[in-house]
Design a protein around this ligand. Sequence first.
Ligand code: HDE
Length: 686
Amino acid sequence: MRHLIPLGDPVTNENDKQQQLDRYRVEQGDRLTTDQGVRVEDTDNSLAVGDRGPTLLEDFHFREKVMRFDHERIPERVVHARGSGAYGFFQVHESLEEYTCADFLTDPSLRTPVFVRFSTVAGSRGSADTVRDVRGFATKFYTREGNYDLVGNNIPVFFIQDAVKFPDFVHAVKPEPHNEIPQAQSAHDTFWDFVQLQPETMHMVMWLMSDRALPRSFRMMQGFGVHTFRFVNAEGRGTFVKFHWKPVLGTHSLVWDEVLRIQGNDPDFNRRDLWEAIERGDHPEYELGVQLVPESEEHSFDFDLLDPTKIIPEEDVPVRPIGRLTLDRNPDNFFAETEQIAFCTGNVVPGIDFTNDPLLQGRNFSYLDTQLLRLGGPNFMQIPINRPVAPVHNDQRDGFHQDAIHQSRTSYTKNSISEGCPMSGVLSGRMEGVFRHYTERVEGEKIRRRSPSFEDHYSQAALFWNSMSDWEKRHITEAFLFELGHVERRYIKENVVGHLAHVDGDLAAEVARGLGLPEPQAVRTDHGKASPALSQANAPRESIATRKIAILVADDTDADQVAAVRRELQARGAVCETLASHEGTVGPLDVDRRLGAAASVLYDAVLLAAGDELTGDGHAVHFVREAFKHGKAIGALGAGRALLEAAALPDRQGVVGPDDEGFTQRFADAVAVHRHYDREVAGFSA
Ligand code: HDE
């Protein structure tokens, strides 16, 4: 394959972006100066008249310092305001040239640098991470042919079918306008009012009420491009494509009660988890998969491929793994990198194109438009994090914050003065590497009307429900009860239940009962179909890599035994922390955290190695009972038997005792299961 751009190192370019950023990175100097580089005498006292006199306007250092402070804030994103980002690289497994000419998808030796930003949607920048919400999964690929942005979510469908409704939808889910309550929650009247009036939301609402909306970690959630996009190969042939990110660590969720408690214990739970994993060298990895549909099969589904409220079940079109994303570097500065990164769905490279999905078409306007205000003008792509590694040459000029000093005497095309440069492909006659929009025949009347092929709002909501395990169905039902329980208007609840009756009669009846509403008539035409790939219960749960295990120790702990088990767990990739009633050491063991300053919700499993000293400690007993309530693996070692007994747990699913043979293996197996959900049936409450 030929490239217009000189490529340098032919094997890898994963460092290209970092080398570019190095030019902008600034070290902390040792002398304080003004923005003009003038050394500052004293920054603790402003210039004033005498000891007790007024401050002088002439104090340029004071004015500059306060002026800069006054203007530190930029508007937060109108949605996805709270996010966390990381650098990494993407490498395709084998050439996809049969389907796309995108350089980064055809050269397996290439490591394309990326920046990924994960986010919640509804909350403000300072809101808690663990809320019931969709998560953004936006990836900027700095390819040799320009930036490609895959701006996805962790749920494969969306609430609405047409972008023109996005402002209404967002206004409905955001805090209510009169009192700005509630923060980062969908459990309020305006959101459910929108839902009851817009049945196209039903499929997405089912996902939102499921545990998918409570990811354990950004490292353990899927990502989806949502829309059907188009691959285009060198011959100009198009293939429909849906993008999937699958985390190598598996897809895991928190439980609802845990979510609520983490909000107080560590509002930065997901952000911290991502940061710490990368600092530790546990680099998050995701497989990129594609579902490919030949154009000839566009109309062979019982839904419209252009409808973003629909998935293509994996059983019908398998997800083909095509490459791997690895995140291996934290940003140096949150504002400069994570806050200023600007994703635009319109950023595509040759070989990847749009379809006529009306949601996608609208997004292509919105993302570019939103950055103008957020980042202060049309040159936002010159901010270091947004710069492509591919060279940029054009006649676009001036505007706020123009950073480049264009030396050319011309800024128009065609020109003769600069020998016609820079020249488009057509003008130069060199078409290699140009972006060519896919040639598609379109005709029709100019109308404002939803396509009849977008009309079915319930079949895939039912497909999702049918595919759930018992515990997943239980969680979805409870989520509806919680959310609608926070709605004041009875008719809104009734109408939502009315929609649920189209999805599943039992679900609708149970929600109605819980809310004290009349049971609706079941109206679903039961298609009886399920897609096992949709259930988290079917995801592999074998590894304990990066699971956080709390080890409770005291003076009666057998330190050698604990050290040996800890070593084995760490060898399997677990992250262990030792907790005791005080910081410092317990015998030869280093204490990582004081038990009183920790909470079970911050861990995936608990290993009890302390006995009598903690049996009378209410916090320690609560710690164990709460971990049990949230379905976590519990192991008791040596003296830990006494603490286990003190906790008086009602059953032993996922509980491994000191006398159990092959303790470490059994405990690791119990941790790998992630959550022992069947405990919930016993109705245990801590
Ligand atoms: Fe977005 N969305 N969105 N969205 N979206 C934004 O762009 C918008 C939609 C998504 O980490 C905004 O830079 C419209 C679907 C992510 O910086 C804004 C519509 C999907 C992010 C915007 C949608 C997404 C955004 C706000 C309906 C999944 C965060 C700030 C047509 C496929 C990106 C910004 C980041 C952010 C508009 C629907 C994902 C206002 C109009 C569907 C991950 O432009």
